[in-house]
Design a protein around this ligand. Sequence first.
Ligand SMILES: [Zn+2]
Length: 371
Amino acid sequence: MRILKQSKGIGLFSVLYLCCVLLATISCSTDENELKPEPEQKYTLTLSINPENGGEVSGEGEYLEGKEVSVMASPGEYYKFINWLDEESNIVSEDSSFTFTMPDHNVTLTAELDKSLKYKIHFIDVGQGDAILITTHEKVLLVDGGWRTSNVAGYLSQQGIDEIDYVIATHPHADHIGGLIEVFNTYTIGEVIDPGVNHTTINYNDYLTAIDENDIPYTEGKKGMQRDLGKDAYFEILHPPDPIPNYSNSYLNNVSVVARVTLGEITVMLTGDIEKEGEADLVAATENLSAHILKVAHHGSHSSSTMEFLEAVEPEISIIMCGQNNQYGHPHQQTLDNLNDIGTEIYRTDIHGHIIINIFENEYEVITQNN
Ligand SMILES: [Zn+2]
């Protein structure tokens, strides 16, 4: 955990997670009699959270006999419903979305409340590929979607995502765009940004078709572009420049869209698969490359992560996204040595599984699927 400067910015957030939470119990304020509704009669539940635990939070939901109850708290709060309990405190539902089936009348809603969680980053373990989800209280950004078989669409669904404001497809390789096809066919997408270079594969063709058939607004990502992610949050594209340099080696990797995401006091550098040439251009063209969190380029290959680039970024935390026993031997020892030389903390999806970073009002924490 690191202590950061104080900053503000809270809005209604529909993605669920918990940490350093204030546990609060919300119960139906109506009495026993009122909880026996006539069929099809609609009841409003008034909810409150014990001020000792969670401060003044209130919300309301509607209960319809045999149907569903949905509950929303006041805008500005971030919280998670864990489960429904019956009179004997047995868990009757663990549905973690905002809408619950209410199996009988005598239930208690247990909620976890965290007022300060502001942003969340998921480095989704897709094996040898990239998929990064960033959520703020207002917006959702997805950077790459792993393989076609990675089921990133399913992961997003588990997180309660129903709409994605921005998708960055860093470059047209299958380990980055494969999973986006299902994402495009499943979710409402505000805008897709990619480097605008062609590739002749079935995956890439299907990716273009999915953009087209779903009428998704499309933009070529160029250095200098910026998009808003809500209060105190945005991302800027640092690479590729316009016109795109004529990289002779690994053209598609080197044209990867590189984005730096600012989340309050925290910055995140997302590098796709850029290699040495792309990194050199970034160092030469960018006045300030620093970031707290670095997604290490190209799965930890020694074709990337030069000392010049790493020293310019100087990340506190570095994330390597690669598969267990992958055929390329990623991450390469040279990359690990370079990362160790700059004194950054290393996390790897091949070891840690999903890597989640919760950013709070004045600190952040890293949570890994595997210890
Ligand atoms: Zn890749």
